[in-house]
Structures are given as C-alpha cells and as structure tokens.
Design a protein around this ligand. Structure first.
Ligand code: SF4
Length: 346
C-alpha cells in the first residue's frame, strides 16, 4: 500500500464538559480528560476542548490472515481476513501477545505506524482476495474512527467487518458499530474481578455487559476466547462459571475457544498451559451445555474441529488454521439435520 498524508482525526463518541474538559464514552473507562491531556488508552487527546484520535493514521500491522486465526470458526470458515491494527490499548495485560504495539504509547511514549487511508486498506483487502477486514492485534475500540470509515467502504465492496476485542466498549460504541460490524471475537479473560484488576488493570463486569448486550440485542456473530493461564484462571470452579455464563447469558451456540498460554511479556516465568488443563476446560464447557468448545494454540488437537452437537458427526475438520474438509450443508449437519449456528458455514 502507498502511504497518504498525516492528519489529526476528530474523535467519535465524546461530549464536552465544563472547563474545556471532554467526556469520552467510547469505552467503559469513560475518561474525563482535561485540555491538553490524553485518556487512559493514551491515544485520544483533548486539544482545546475537542477530542482527537492520535492513531487514525498510524496503521502498525496489516496482514492477510486465515479467519481461523482471529479465532472465528463459525464465520465464513476457510476465508481470508485482511487484518489491521494501530498502536494502543485500554487494557494493560501482563500476558499480552502483541505488547510491542498494544503498549507502545505507554512503554515507549511512541505512536508509530503508516498513514493508510480507509480506501487503501479496502483495496488491499480486495486485492488479496479477503472476504473480510479484521480490526485486531490491539484493541479496535480505541481506533474506532479508522474502523468505522474503513468498514463502510468495505461493506460497499462486499466485505464483512470483524472486531477482535477485549469487550470493554460501551453500549453506545456497540450501537455505533452496528450498521457495519458483522462478527466479533471477545476475550473473556477470566471470571473474577481480581484477575481483571491484577493482570489486566481493568474490570470484569463491563466485559460481561458487552457480551450480554451483543447476544441479546444485536445480530453480530460472536465467539469468545479464554486464555487459560496456570494458577490464574484454571480452577474447575472458575471454568464452570465461565462456561455457564456463556451458555445461560449469551447462548449455547456461542463458540468458546479455550486457548493455551505461552510465557510472554511480563509473565515470562509462568509455565505454558498443560494439555490436560485444556482438556478439562473442554469437558467443563460441554457439561455446561456449550455446543462448540475449541482448543486453541495446541496444534494437532482433535478439538480444533467442529462436531455436530447432536449426533457427533465430524463437520469441519481443521489442522491448525487450515480446513481439511467441510461437510456442513445449508448450515446443517448432513447426518442428522441439526442446525449448525454461524455465518457462511456451507
Ligand atoms: S477510549 Fe476509553 S480509555 Fe480511551 S479516552 Fe476513551 S474512555 Fe478513555
């Protein structure tokens, strides 16, 4: 992609407050920002009583990925998703896999990236034969202005739009994205406030609220991911409460990805998740009534594939991010006719 000129971008979803302050309601930090200051995410700045995005023209990653990598297993399986991000995040997860870009503004006081326009991003996605654009790697909520403008153009070209998110956006932000957001994978990182506070410097309840809101009030296709970290969120009780929340307050049809942790960033001394723990999570998820539970970051596991929840037929066989066979016909199991939830399954 060729670069365009840089510009400061007026932000969405904020309102003026007394004394030239601004109130940002893009995410659940709901920052009240004084003139000349930035919000908790460090990438939205109050300049003379107006809120601006500092990352609109800072694309720091652009890749043509399999959609299974997001992960989304029940949305256009086998397709490619053009995946972009800008620096910044509203969380501070000690285990972040993309900390070099998500924490760039905080760790290095830098916001580095290329000024690609929404039109250039969409053209690149079309040229690489992608069927969607994924706003991912860092938190898409905090680069909402770029997402929104790109997504509208993407829709015009027949592409879907996908968020891979920590779920900390406000319901106003979800409503704002509704006209163009087709699918989302939310990291439901744990089921305790202590975990969210200690390891992510954030809070649990707003994430649960977003999941409930999307499940009950929108047509956005949703899948959830939980990174299982030894000793932090891997007890039977916590896994059961996670699974029951998804089954009862979202839907048994919401796929749950239980993902293997590898030592990283500030948690380089924590061991990887044992395969037996992932199997335990899988069993707990199924016992809670979830129809689709997948194991992530454990290549070769049978639990990467989709089986019919009713008769056990192998429906979509996956090896890593590749699809070896897809037997779904008209969104149903060819063996027993059970309806398989998802979008563009086959
Ligand atoms: S996006 Fe969230 S963290 Fe950033 S300024 Fe707005 S409310 Fe604060």
């Amino acid at each position: 992609m060729a670069a365009t000129e840089r510009k400061l971008k007026r932000a969405v979803l904020w309102e003026p407050a007394p004394d030239k302050k601004v109130n940002c309601f893009l995410c659940n930090w709901r920052c009240l920002i004084a003139d000349g200051k930035v919000g908790h995410c460090v990438v939205r700045k109050n300049v003379d009583g107006v809120l601006y995005s500092l990352v609109y023209d800072r694309v720091c990653a652009a890749n043509d990925d399999p959609i299974e990598k997001k992960p989304l297993f029940h949305f256009q399986p086998g397709s490619r998703s053009f995946s972009i991000s800008t620096p910044g995040c509203n969380f501070r997860c000690g285990f972040c896999q993309n900390w070099q870009i998500s924490q760039m503004a905080l760790d290095r006081s830098a916001i580095e990236g290329q000024p690609y326009s929404p039109r250039q991003i969409v053209s690149a996605a079309v040229q690489s034969r992608c069927r969607s654009i994924a706003y991912t790697y860092t938190e898409p909520t905090i680069f909402m202005e770029l997402c929104a403008e790109t997504a509208v153009l993407a829709r015009e070209r027949g592409l879907a739009n996908i968020f891979v998110s920590n779920g900390y956006m406000t319901t106003q932000a979800i409503d704002f994205a509704l006209p163009w957001l087709d699918a989302i994978n939310i990291d439901l990182k744990a089921f305790t406030e202590d975990y969210y506070r200690r390891l992510c410097k954030a809070h649990l309840e707003p994430v649960l609220d977003s999941i409930r809101y999307i499940a009950r009030n929108t047509n956005i296709w949703m899948e959830l991911t939980t990174l299982i970290i030894p000793g932090e969120n891997d007890s039977d009780d916590e896994l059961r409460r996670l699974a029951e929340f998804i089954a009862n307050e979202a839907s048994p049809d919401v796929p749950w990805h239980v993902s293997r942790f590898y030592p990283n960033y500030e948690m380089a001394d924590t061991p990887p998740t044992p395969a037996a723990t992932l199997q335990r999570a899988l069993d707990i998820g199924r016992r809670a009534g979830l129809r689709y539970v997948y194991v992530g970051n454990l290549p070769g596991s049978e639990a990467e594939s989709t089986f019919c929840y009713q008769c056990g037929e192998l429906l979509i066989e996956r090896i890593g991010y590749s699809i070896r066979a897809n037997a779904v016909k008209d969104s149903a199991c060819p063996a027993c006719g059970a309806r398989i939830a998802g979008v563009g399954l086959g």
